[in-house]
Design a protein around this ligand. Structure first.
Ligand code: HEM
Length: 406
């Protein structure tokens, strides 16, 4: 266990239980007295907490590189020439700077275009209904574990062309990489398992005519050359890592909010036309993702002496709660009109999967409310949260009137 935080301005740790459970109060305090906090932990990190600073640093690619996107730097002994040897090309495009970022992102974007995402919608709806059928007769469920967590991994599984019975295994690996990144053995286990699995898929699919992401990347060319295997491996691993925990956390937070705020829940059931603004507001208020950047050379940012090799943590969630940008930022207003939130990031790395994420979140909430419009947190049961790179509830035990499965 790490030492408890002494002072959030000079010694923060985003894995600290206090931050995981209530980062909002910490950001409010920091914005007042030290808007860009620092810690010596994890080989040195900075934490900007205002919308303006998060935007400015995200856009300053030359100084703040995506070679360090993880919020915990890999252990020094696990690195070879600055890279984790198991993933020699990193996990592009998220871990790449231009020019490599440009072509690796271009290869991935068509998979998440509005038209492609529409083609996944009916399947996602049927999946949600199937999951609800499994719990509705019991009158109680864990809305995070039995519902939210089960959806994105299966949708991404279709993109990757992997069997549904791998879902729990994938979820375990992704949790090891993101949620338990501060526990070196778990992180290593997650990366090794993912890499071994995708390496064998690449071999299996080479020369084939499949229409899954890996098969198509194996047949793709960039400037007349085949895409290197290291890039295919990294991009496949990223698709799973970026598409699973993030979206399940967003769905879980949305359901937790609706369980604990009956006025919003009833209004959304009565006025389903509010769904688009409600989804954006839930994304703003419970933005799950914080990203790292590597400081490339000593630089002074707003009076902060950032040293080469340190990391800056881009807390998109903190930016989304900045009172200078949003009126009453800590209030969820499901018909909020002005909402330029940055839950999906900003600049060249803005989320490539945002169309898919929005569709999954909307469909998951719509299907749940259609069958279970009234639900509350189970009295006496504990809601648990995960934090770090991706924040979201891990357990949301709810009770509701029993009904028959369809
Ligand atoms: C609610 C769910 C999601 C949230 C909040 C989210 C958030 C983000 C954020 C903040 C970034 C920016 C990273 C940076 O600046 O370093 C990002 C990038 C990315 N996301 Fe998402 N994401 C979500 C779902 C998804 C899904 C479903 C996919 C599909 C696989 C996906 C794929 C990606 C990819 C590939 C990138 C890298 C883009 C680039 O580097 O050019 N995300 N996401």
């Amino acid at each position: 266990m790490a030492d408890p935080v002494r002072d959030w301005a000079t010694d923060f740790d985003i894995f600290d239980t206090e931050y995981v459970n209530d980062p909002f109060t910490i950001w409010d305090d920091l914005r007042e007295r030290c808007p860009v906090a620092h810690t010596d932990r994890y080989r040195g990190q900075w934490l900007p907490t205002t919308y303006e600073d998060v935007q400015a640093i995200a856009r300053d690619v030359p100084h703040f590189s995506s070679m360090g996107v993880s919020v915990v730097p890999p252990p020094v002994e696990a690195l070879e020439g600055g890279q984790v040897p198991l993933l020699p090309a990193g996990v592009p495009p998220i871990s790449a700077d231009p020019p490599e970022h440009t072509w690796t992102r271009r290869l991935l974007l068509p998979w998440f275009s509005p038209q492609r995402v529409e083609s996944y919608e009916q399947g996602t709806r049927e999946l949600c209904r199937r999951l609800i059928n499994g719990v509705i007769e019991h009158g109680r469920a864990d809305a995070a574990e039995q519902y939210a967590q089960q959806i994105p991994v299966r949708v991404i599984g279709k993109v990757l062309g992997v069997p549904e019975d791998m879902s729990d295994t994938f979820t375990g690996w992704v949790r090891d990489v993101l949620e338990f990144a501060n526990i070196p053995e778990r992180r290593k286990n997650g990366i090794m398992s993912l890499v071994a699995y995708f390496q064998s898929l690449i071999e299996e699919r080479r020369g084939g005519d499949g229409d899954d992401l890996i098969s198509v990347l194996l047949r793709s060319e960039v400037e007349g050359e085949p895409v290197p295997d290291g890039h295919i491996l990294g991009t496949a691993a990223l698709t799973l890592i970026a598409g699973v925990d993030t979206t399940w956390s967003a769905i879980g937070s949305a359901l937790w909010h609706l369980a604990t705020n009956p006025d919003d829940r009833r209004r959304l059931v009565a006025e389903p036309e509010l769904m688009p603004t409600a989804i954006e507001e839930l994304l703003r208020a419970y933005a799950p993702v914080t990203m790292g950047r590597l400081v490339m050379e000593d630089v002074e940012y707003n009076g902060c002496p950032m040293k080469a090799g340190e990391r800056v943590l881009l807390s998109f969630p903190a930016a989304n709660r900045d009172p200078k940008m949003f009126d009453e930022p800590d209030k969820v207003i499901i018909d909020r009109e002005q909402n330029r939130h940055v839950a999906f990031g900003v600049g060249i790395h803005r989320c490539a999967g945002s169309n898919l994420a929005r569709m999954e979140l909307r469909v998951a909430v719509e299907e749940w409310l259609a069958r279970i419009p009234e639900f509350d947190i189970e009295p006496g049961a504990e809601v648990t949260w995960a934090g770090g790179q991706v924040r979201g509830p891990r357990n949301v035990p709810v009770v509701f009137p029993r009904a028959h499965g369809a």
